[in-house]
Write a protein that binds this ligand. Sequence first.
Ligand code: NAD
Length: 487
Amino acid sequence: MATRATTYIGDDWLVGEGEELSVENPTTEATIEVVRSASTTQVDAAVRAANAAFGGWRKLSTGDRAHVLQQAANQLETHTDEIARIMTIEGGKPLLENRDEIGWCVACLRFYSELARTSEGTVIPPIESTQLALVLKEPIGVVGAIVPWNYPLLLLFWKLAPALAAGNVVIVKPSELTPLSTVRVFELALAHLPTGVAQLVIGAGTVGQSLVEHPDVHCIAFTGSTPTGQWIARTAADTMKRLNLELGGKDAFIVCDDITDEVLDTAARGGVWAAYLNAGQVCTSAERFYVHASVYDDYVDRFVHHANAIRIGDPLADGTDLGPMVSAAQRERTERHVGDARDRGASVLTGGERFGDRGWFYRPTVLVDIGDDALVLDEETFGPVAPIVRVGSLDEAIARANASRYGLGANVYTRRLDYAMQCLRELRAGTVWINDPLTDNDAGPFGGFKMSGQGRELGAEGLEAFRETKHVHLDWEAQPKDWWYPY
Ligand code: NAD
């Protein structure tokens, strides 16, 4: 069968001229489609088309840009079911979660099209009364958006929506594991934008590298692993690109001693969801539980009960809570972490094994009695594993939570105001969720401390990430100044 045109440059759909890419279904392990990556020459053509488009797009008023982006949002919303199905087939997330993801993308597009209309800078006090001083916000230019597979559209729109609304043009590089949903989103919505404003180059890391290394790409917005982010930061220094890096995490989940009875059950359900959502493949998955000794046994019992109630299976079927992991490699990393914890004496209270004989499924797993040096308490697992550790005080929980090189998010369950205040002040993380795990808000910045990244997506900060700042100083009298030569 002829290879489909899946690369979008200028306003042409092209067959990639790079290597073949086999996209696989993680539920069946069957190949869904073989597509071709973009070549370096094609990436270069996209960069030229983007630079040619930039002048026209940035000159539009923010209102006109908002109009175009709102139409794209409408297209996306209309085709939610079709796109969600493709996402589930290539990524393994349950259909319901993918429908939600598209809803969040639509909301994000709408949010930024309107936010960009509210301000293009500020007027500041000048030095003298015959002057005007402005701080103008301008687009940066060509943005390379490099996206992972776990939320292939959401993490794309967190970049694309603010970047385009601010007047930039964008070249998108989706993950090699999940490019097909992004191709469909371009066919249905983004390819309708003016020529060169949004383009698509598919392929593996080497295609992303071409964008990072290209001198005429001015900003890289990246979500992915910390090692890739470090490489990008080093390489982008050569061309002094603006960077926004959303990287790995090892989020803590703290349960305080005041949480008992009904709320303890809620905290267990919340913990189960935070640990196993999308098979634990969320950058803010709860990966380390620190539970006060006074409620520990009860919490663990309830946690295991709710973990065992998760319906694992075909992600396209109604009523499935948990699908497969995205790839064999991801599952192997999870198995390595669980194996290492076992070797160091940890007990597996549930899970700890594969599910079924086809597809990259792994059962929701609960670990206890884990050695402090176990990988599962240190490295990002990115799988459905909840290590639950007993702590003697909130101070200890916070100290352990902060003793990580990552600092993306942190969760806390408490009804005590003093505990909540201590946590929100002392936890070293980009987001602290108290009694409501993993809830994102378009208006609230998202990103990490420490090795979890640089910059923020979402919120006003997420728009600022795609704007240059220009100071304008204007004197309308044009008189000579007495501090000039001669002294
Ligand atoms: P990854 O770093 O392997 O790949 C991410 C993207 O970068 C892919 O599109 C990949 O093709 C591309 N890429 C790989 N090497 C590259 C290079 N040298 N130059 C340019 N691009 C390159 O990550 P992944 O496995 O796809 O995603 C999982 C990781 O993403 C986890 O570590 C997770 O924590 C992180 N993540 C972070 C956030 C966040 O917001 N902080 C959100 C989701 C996922």
